[in-house]
Write a protein that binds this ligand. Sequence first.
Ligand code: GDP
Ligand code: PGA
Ligand code: MN
Ligand code: MN
Length: 625
Amino acid sequence: VYEVHEIVVQKVGHVPLAKGDFTHLPKKVKIFLAHCVQLCKPRGIYICDGSAEEADEIIHKLLERGTLTRLTKYKNNYLCRTDPDDVARVESKTFITTANKYDSVPHVREGVKSALGCWMSPEDMKVELDHRFPGCMSGRMMYVIPFCMGPLGSPLSKIGVQVTDSNYVLLCMRVMTRVSPKVWELLGDDDFVKCIHSMGCPRPVQRRVKNHWPCNPEKVIIAHFPEERKIKSFGSGYGGNSLLGKKCFALRIASVIARDEGWMAEHMLIMSITTPKGKEYFVSAAFPSACGKTNLAMLNPSLPGFRIQCVGDDIAWMKFDEKGVLHGINPEAGFFGVAPGTNMKTNPNAVLSFQENSIFTNVGETADGGYFWEGLEDEVPPGIGITTWLGQPWHIGCPGKAAHPNSRFTCPASQCPIIHPKWEDPKGVPISAIIFGGRRPTGVPLVFEAKSWAHGVMIGACVKSEATAAAEFQGKTIMHDPMAMRPFMGYNFGHYLQHWLDLEKPDRKMPKIFHVNWFRLDNNGRFLWPGFGDNIRVLDWILRRVDGDASIAVDSPVGWIPKKGSIDLSGLGSINEDELFSLPHDYWLEDSRESRSFLKSQVGPDCPPIIYRLLEDQEAAFVKQ
Ligand code: GDP
Ligand code: PGA
Ligand code: MN
Ligand code: MN
């Protein structure tokens, strides 16, 4: 005698569920998924549970198809080579859509294109999306990813649900965010950020697929609807375009939520520094993409007695608590770091973080099954055969590069040997200082300090940097990247500056604000500053300033600068201190004018008047000199 179990196949519309349980999902999620199914027409629905078995299954599929290669030198490490046309964020195809244009972008000078975000009207956006999304997942599986930005259950955390037709994206989302069925319980009837991602390559495939990486570079669009808390991304699988929890949600959408709720969503690392005296400080730092956040967050200090611990390397959500102290969390769960330049000398803590359970995108591969990129020359067997990110045979000394300059490692933050015990503390960590910086080959000293909160906001608004490979820009032109947020602004930048200014209240302990530059060059084009582990010397000075040591700073038109001899340079060999700290008069006069003209043309009347006033004061101080 045997019982017959009837297996009920769940369906959404006519689309079968390959995994998971639809019937018990929160109602708003069901409505969202029904919409996604109707729009994208996938062949099946796969509701992710974040389990280890699920990861194994996805990895197996990707290996079978050839999208991933196992890096046999390590445990559970994989290489992915993308379509060579899909390797970076595409800022020119990233849009914010709001009913009112000026909610998204400032009133720019007539005839000028906005550099601080790109707005598209709801009507035009509808046309663009209608050209792309209907049927875009045809013949493909739709993965449903419940994720939490920030520790599960933290009052500072936020929930999103992403659908995607890319299992590479699913795999990376599992590393970069907290993917768990607990998210459904936490969510209940609440709203969530709706994330729809498609590689834009339905079956039967229309274009030639390269490297088993179906994508659609000609039709890429990354659309944000802050009012509806919705993101629609099409055509690209590159991290910043496709892991929607990261830049799209945690910066662009979250900056809008933060404005409404009175907190901050910033492109910042968070790190802890314990001094030789045993006192611990937390600082956050905003540098544009590929300008040193990940390295600073995990720095290996060259001064004895200091200890660094990492809380986050790319994004900070920060809120003043009831006592007026700014607290920050890292909303992410992994690191998506620039590979080239990363090695045991520059960033051992990153290297130790990605020895297992990691994904390497567009790096080279050594003949013994290891990863390779520029900067690892001394850490691989001499003469070893290498396959480039484009699949070509290569060896050290050959022309060209083994890895794409924006190649990346994706690894769990929990594997970082110096991850801070409080990195998942729901309360966050107290922030004592905020540091801005960028790649400034000339004119800008190693470090200076703002004279007030508003002055610090002005300094942040004037951040510039050499362009890097993190986006589609070419060459080494110096670009404005105010607050290191240029590509990530979710609303009118003038309103954003006002929001920063409004955060200052008498009963709050405002963090001190600094600006650093590790990238100043000498006349021969060599870095004046060794950087990396030696940046602790600058942090040491910053912390003494946080503690109010007035004897180590002198006044200057740009802010407080270190008094000669006040930065510990012991054991460094020859450092050209005068050049490193100089404020070339003509350079700064021109730079102050240029920054003011940039803000005038890009932010115009939306820029708070005090920012203009502080810049005029700076300019006047240089004129007087
Ligand atoms: P992020 O994208 O802002 O996180 O920047 P990363 O920390 O990944 O660094 C980007 C690139 O800058 C890498 O190639 C690093 O090796 C390089 N870099 C980082 N910190 C320093 C530094 O202090 N000095 C110099 N010269 N290069 C650095
Ligand atoms: P990054 O992160 O800032 O570490 O380069 C990725 C990005 O900003 O595109
Ligand atoms: Mn970034
Ligand atoms: Mn980084």
